[in-house]
Design a protein around this ligand. Structure first.
Ligand code: DQA
Length: 147
């Protein structure tokens, strides 16, 4: 079984980007943490990062039939995109939305995410651990559904 871990714009800069807000972990660290959490349960992870909204949407569409759930940090598109939540609804996979920072402690424009309305779970402010929690949640809930 397999999960898609999708990271949106500017997250390729993790590690050097505003470390006081986002920490010192790199995108590779984030992806490795998600992979380790999944492989502990015998699951695999496909990781995609893009700075382009359409590429994120294509990756969501491609997850239909290849993934059993999606972990997504839509980054700034959380606050602007209707097309990304529409794509997530369209593929009918369980979704966990992750933000490294606590978006509610930050500027007003970050408080609302269009993606949250289509996510089963929203995790923010836990840093890189949020990705582990998201993977554990999706694997755990898939196990319950199989029982
Ligand atoms: C972010 C929060 C967003 O507001 C911001 O635009 C990001 C990263 C986070 O992980 O904390 O790029 O999604």
């Amino acid at each position: 079984r397999n999960l898609l871990v999708l990271n949106g714009p500017n997250l390729n800069l993790l590690g050097t980007r505003e470390p006081a807000i986002y920490g010192s972990s790199t995108l590779a660290d984030v992806e490795a943490a998600a992979m380790a959490a999944a492989s502990a349960h015998g699951w695999t992870v496909d990781c995609v990062q893009s700075n382009h909204e359409g590429d994120l949407i294509d990756a969501i569409h491609a997850a239909r039939g290849t993934a059993d759930g999606i972990v997504i940090n839509p980054a700034a598109y959380s606050h602007t995109s209707v097309a990304i939540p529409d794509a997530l609804s369209g593929v009918e996979l369980p979704v966990v939305e992750v933000h490294l920072s606590n978006i509610h402690r930050r500027e007003e424009f970050r408080h609302h995410s269009f993606v949250s309305a289509v996510a089963e779970v929203v995790i923010c402010g836990a840093g890189i651990s949020g990705y582990r929690m998201a993977v554990d949640y999706l694997i755990g809930s898939a196990g319950q559904a199989a029982e």
